[in-house]
Write a protein that binds this ligand. Structure first.
Ligand SMILES: [Zn+2]
Length: 160
Protein backbone atom coordinates (compact mmCIF):
# COMPACT_ATOMS: atom_id res chain seq x y z
CA UNK A 1 0.00 0.00 0.00
CA UNK A 2 1.60 3.24 -1.11
CA UNK A 3 0.07 6.59 -0.27
CA UNK A 4 2.13 9.17 -2.10
CA UNK A 5 2.51 12.71 -0.71
CA UNK A 6 0.53 15.36 -2.60
CA UNK A 7 2.38 18.20 -4.32
CA UNK A 8 0.92 21.63 -3.59
CA UNK A 9 0.48 24.80 -5.60
CA UNK A 10 3.88 26.45 -6.06
CA UNK A 11 5.47 23.16 -7.13
CA UNK A 12 6.46 23.57 -10.80
CA UNK A 13 5.29 20.02 -11.63
CA UNK A 14 1.70 21.29 -11.31
CA UNK A 15 2.38 23.90 -14.00
CA UNK A 16 4.09 21.56 -16.45
CA UNK A 17 2.07 19.92 -19.25
CA UNK A 18 2.43 16.20 -18.62
CA UNK A 19 3.98 13.77 -21.12
CA UNK A 20 1.91 11.23 -22.97
CA UNK A 21 2.42 7.63 -21.85
CA UNK A 22 4.27 5.71 -24.57
CA UNK A 23 4.83 2.36 -22.88
CA UNK A 24 2.25 0.38 -20.93
CA UNK A 25 4.86 -1.29 -18.78
CA UNK A 26 5.54 -2.27 -15.18
CA UNK A 27 6.56 1.29 -14.32
CA UNK A 28 3.15 2.56 -15.47
CA UNK A 29 1.37 -0.24 -13.59
CA UNK A 30 3.14 0.82 -10.42
CA UNK A 31 2.28 4.50 -10.99
CA UNK A 32 -1.41 3.70 -11.58
CA UNK A 33 -1.46 1.51 -8.47
CA UNK A 34 -0.11 4.42 -6.42
CA UNK A 35 -2.64 6.82 -7.97
CA UNK A 36 -5.51 4.47 -7.16
CA UNK A 37 -4.32 3.78 -3.60
CA UNK A 38 -3.66 7.46 -2.92
CA UNK A 39 -7.14 8.56 -4.10
CA UNK A 40 -8.83 5.84 -2.05
CA UNK A 41 -9.55 8.07 0.96
CA UNK A 42 -12.70 9.80 2.17
CA UNK A 43 -12.89 13.29 0.68
CA UNK A 44 -10.63 12.50 -2.25
CA UNK A 45 -12.40 12.64 -5.64
CA UNK A 46 -9.56 12.59 -8.14
CA UNK A 47 -5.81 12.62 -8.46
CA UNK A 48 -3.59 13.35 -11.45
CA UNK A 49 -0.06 11.96 -11.72
CA UNK A 50 1.60 15.43 -11.54
CA UNK A 51 0.01 15.82 -8.09
CA UNK A 52 2.26 13.02 -6.86
CA UNK A 53 5.21 14.49 -8.71
CA UNK A 54 5.09 12.41 -11.90
CA UNK A 55 4.63 14.42 -15.09
CA UNK A 56 2.76 11.87 -17.22
CA UNK A 57 -0.81 11.76 -18.49
CA UNK A 58 -2.63 9.51 -16.01
CA UNK A 59 -5.22 10.10 -13.31
CA UNK A 60 -7.39 8.25 -10.83
CA UNK A 61 -10.86 9.02 -9.51
CA UNK A 62 -13.02 8.12 -6.55
CA UNK A 63 -16.60 9.18 -7.21
CA UNK A 64 -19.73 7.76 -5.56
CA UNK A 65 -17.80 4.75 -4.29
CA UNK A 66 -16.34 3.93 -7.68
CA UNK A 67 -12.56 4.05 -8.04
CA UNK A 68 -10.87 3.97 -11.41
CA UNK A 69 -8.10 5.39 -13.55
CA UNK A 70 -7.29 6.51 -17.07
CA UNK A 71 -4.10 6.90 -19.09
CA UNK A 72 -3.68 9.42 -21.94
CA UNK A 73 -7.17 10.91 -21.57
CA UNK A 74 -8.72 13.17 -24.19
CA UNK A 75 -11.95 15.06 -23.61
CA UNK A 76 -14.15 14.12 -26.56
CA UNK A 77 -17.42 15.68 -25.47
CA UNK A 78 -18.56 18.47 -23.15
CA UNK A 79 -22.19 19.47 -22.75
CA UNK A 80 -23.35 23.02 -23.31
CA UNK A 81 -25.25 22.69 -20.06
CA UNK A 82 -23.01 23.88 -17.24
CA UNK A 83 -22.68 23.45 -13.48
CA UNK A 84 -21.16 26.01 -11.12
CA UNK A 85 -20.84 24.26 -7.79
CA UNK A 86 -17.88 24.53 -5.42
CA UNK A 87 -14.66 22.87 -6.49
CA UNK A 88 -11.50 22.17 -4.54
CA UNK A 89 -8.18 20.46 -5.12
CA UNK A 90 -5.86 18.33 -2.99
CA UNK A 91 -3.00 20.52 -4.25
CA UNK A 92 -4.75 23.71 -3.10
CA UNK A 93 -5.83 22.67 0.40
CA UNK A 94 -8.52 24.64 2.17
CA UNK A 95 -9.72 26.61 -0.85
CA UNK A 96 -13.14 25.94 -2.36
CA UNK A 97 -14.66 28.12 -5.05
CA UNK A 98 -17.64 28.04 -7.39
CA UNK A 99 -16.18 26.78 -10.68
CA UNK A 100 -18.00 26.62 -13.99
CA UNK A 101 -17.75 23.23 -15.71
CA UNK A 102 -19.73 21.32 -18.28
CA UNK A 103 -22.49 19.27 -16.64
CA UNK A 104 -21.71 16.23 -18.77
CA UNK A 105 -18.31 15.05 -20.03
CA UNK A 106 -16.96 12.16 -22.07
CA UNK A 107 -13.27 11.25 -21.95
CA UNK A 108 -11.47 8.63 -24.00
CA UNK A 109 -8.11 7.08 -23.26
CA UNK A 110 -6.62 3.80 -22.15
CA UNK A 111 -6.47 1.60 -19.11
CA UNK A 112 -3.22 0.56 -17.47
CA UNK A 113 -2.88 -2.36 -19.93
CA UNK A 114 -3.32 -0.15 -22.99
CA UNK A 115 -6.91 -1.17 -23.71
CA UNK A 116 -9.16 1.64 -24.96
CA UNK A 117 -11.30 3.10 -22.20
CA UNK A 118 -14.18 5.56 -22.27
CA UNK A 119 -15.44 7.40 -19.18
CA UNK A 120 -18.63 9.36 -19.13
CA UNK A 121 -20.07 11.37 -16.29
CA UNK A 122 -22.66 13.83 -15.07
CA UNK A 123 -22.31 16.32 -12.26
CA UNK A 124 -19.47 15.47 -9.88
CA UNK A 125 -17.95 12.83 -12.19
CA UNK A 126 -17.99 15.28 -15.12
CA UNK A 127 -16.38 17.90 -12.89
CA UNK A 128 -13.70 15.45 -11.80
CA UNK A 129 -12.86 14.41 -15.39
CA UNK A 130 -12.45 18.04 -16.47
CA UNK A 131 -10.43 18.90 -13.35
CA UNK A 132 -8.01 15.99 -13.78
CA UNK A 133 -7.43 16.58 -17.51
CA UNK A 134 -6.70 20.22 -16.64
CA UNK A 135 -3.97 19.01 -14.25
CA UNK A 136 -2.36 17.06 -17.11
CA UNK A 137 -2.26 20.30 -19.12
CA UNK A 138 -0.55 22.14 -16.25
CA UNK A 139 -3.72 23.91 -15.10
CA UNK A 140 -5.43 24.11 -11.72
CA UNK A 141 -9.07 24.94 -11.02
CA UNK A 142 -8.14 28.47 -9.90
CA UNK A 143 -7.34 29.21 -13.57
CA UNK A 144 -10.99 28.55 -14.41
CA UNK A 145 -12.34 31.13 -11.98
CA UNK A 146 -13.55 34.53 -13.07
CA UNK A 147 -14.86 37.70 -11.41
CA UNK A 148 -15.65 37.68 -7.69
CA UNK A 149 -15.00 33.95 -7.30
CA UNK A 150 -11.47 34.42 -8.59
CA UNK A 151 -10.80 37.46 -6.40
CA UNK A 152 -12.10 35.73 -3.30
CA UNK A 153 -10.10 32.55 -3.95
CA UNK A 154 -6.85 34.40 -4.67
CA UNK A 155 -7.31 36.51 -1.55
CA UNK A 156 -7.85 33.35 0.52
CA UNK A 157 -4.77 31.81 -1.09
CA UNK A 158 -2.60 34.82 -0.24
CA UNK A 159 -3.77 34.91 3.37
CA UNK A 160 -3.00 31.22 4.00
ZN1 LIG B 1 -6.79 18.97 -8.35
Amino acid sequence: MTIRPIRELGDPVLRTPADEVKKFDAWLASLVKDLVETVDHPGRAGLAAPQIGVSVRAFSYNIDGEIGHMVNPTIVELSEEIQDGDEGCLSVPGIWAPTVRAMHAVVEGFDVDGKPLRLEGEGLMARCLQHEVDHLDGKVFLDRLTGEARKTALRALRSR
